[in-house]
Design a protein around this ligand. Structure first.
Ligand code: ATP
Ligand code: MG
Length: 347
């Protein structure tokens, strides 16, 4: 089932939400992108009060006393705790923005949901936004929203391929004439890559690393770190698994590359499947136009180069890959997306 509302309906929405496993983003019509924060809330378990949301809550991860719990209401790309997601969104929006939204007589919201999201997951997203006062919620497939947001010419007859590299999932599609020709959703993303790196350091170097501090290692892998031309080794600071004392080790980057092969292979398999399922005429277009990468994990150093080598196709990263999906929703709200006009004579 593809959840894609009509442009007509979307133009009547007042705000749009992308509830991601890693980050929550909100676009308000006329105001632009007003929220781009981690999907995290910190709760006082003694009285249920919300202590912090977004960046502040994320910084508390792993360093709170017993009575504070850090929660993630979105997991695997779907809202798993509707009430908490609503409270988090209310706080992220802030009083002023919420009041201005509430003034609209019939508040309408749009949201993107992962490709092939099941009806329960869709319902959870809808309910979250209804709790925020929306009287109507339009759902858009993330693949379409992201393609619009990065300016791909989705309405044309030539095929384009988009790869959405999220935290919990990676989605890939071939698009033509404004719709999805074939698509796959793989349940691995930035989180799986981070986990593989954390496990590698633990097993091979007896080094503990909270997964938030994986980024330094990724940064150290810069300059095509995922390909063989990157630096041979890099120094990582962590704690000894046995003693708990601070320690740094020199990590072999080739071994890190090896460690993240499993999630990356799953992504490649999905891309190959989509190519196999794609009509031959469209495959020729794809060879010219290549793959457009969006999503935060598109910035994983060297991932683009790795895909170029594996597929032999041109690979590009969108200008602001992390916000493409919500930007696409925003463009639809603002009426910037032309409805598909089919003119067989091309006049
Ligand atoms: N510069 C970077 N290098 C490597 N990874 C990055 C970088 N910036 C962000 N990421 C990763 O991107 C992911 C977040 O991407 P994004 O914001 O698209 O996720 P999301 O929309 O919340 O997730 P999903 O769509 O799967 O629900 C995280 O796993 C994060 O580690
Ligand atoms: Mg996302």
């Amino acid at each position: 089932m593809t959840a894609t509302a009509s442009l007509e309906q979307l133009r009547r929405c007042h705000f749009a939400v992308d509830l991601g496993a890693a980050r929550t983003r909100v676009y308000v019509k006329g105001a632009g992108l007003v929220v781009d924060q981690p999907s995290v809330a910190a709760v006082n378990t003694r009285n249920g009060a919300l202590i912090a949301v977004g960046e502040f809550a994320e910084r508390m991860t792993g360093r709170t006393p017993d009575y504070i719990r850090v929660v993630r209401p979105v997991s695997g790309g779907t809202v798993v705790d509707i009430e908490m997601a609503q409270r988090m969104l209310r706080h992220l929006l802030g009083d002023r923005m919420r009041r201005s939204l509430r003034r609209r007589p019939r508040l309408r919201a749009a949201a993107c949901t992962p490709h092939d999201a099941d009806p329960l997951a869709q319902r959870a997203t809808i309910e979250t936004l209804v709790g925020l006062g929306a009287r109507r919620v339009e759902l858009v497939d993330t693949l379409i929203a992201a393609a619009v947001g990065c300016g791909l010419p989705v309405e044309r007859a030539e095929a384009t391929m988009i790869l959405v590299c999220g935290a919990a999932a990676t989605q890939v599609a071939v698009l033509s004439l404004g719709s999805i020709v074939t698509a796959q959703r793989m349940p691995v993303g930035g989180e799986a890559v981070d986990r593989a790196i954390v496990q590698h350091l633990r097993h091979e170097h007896a080094l503990m690393l909270p997964s938030q501090s994986v980024r330094p290692l990724q940064v150290a892998l810069h300059g095509n770190g995922l390909t063989a031309d990157g630096p041979a080794s890099t120094e990582i600071h962590g704690r000894d698994v046995a003693t708990g004392l601070a320690r740094s080790v020199l990590v072999d980057t080739a071994a890190v590359r090896e460690a993240i092969q499993t999630p990356l292979t799953t992504v490649l398999d999905g891309i190959y499947k989509v190519l196999r399922d794609c009509p031959p005429d469209l495959v020729a277009d794809l060879a010219d136009r290549g793959i457009m990468m969006v999503g935060g994990s598109a910035l994983l150093p060297g991932l683009d180069q790795m895909l170029r080598e594996a597929t032999g196709m041109p690979v590009n990263i969108a200008e602001r890959p992390d916000v493409c999906a919500v930007q696409g929703l925003g463009d639809m709200l603002e009426g910037k997306v032309e409805p598909l006009v089919l003119d067989p004579l091309g006049a």
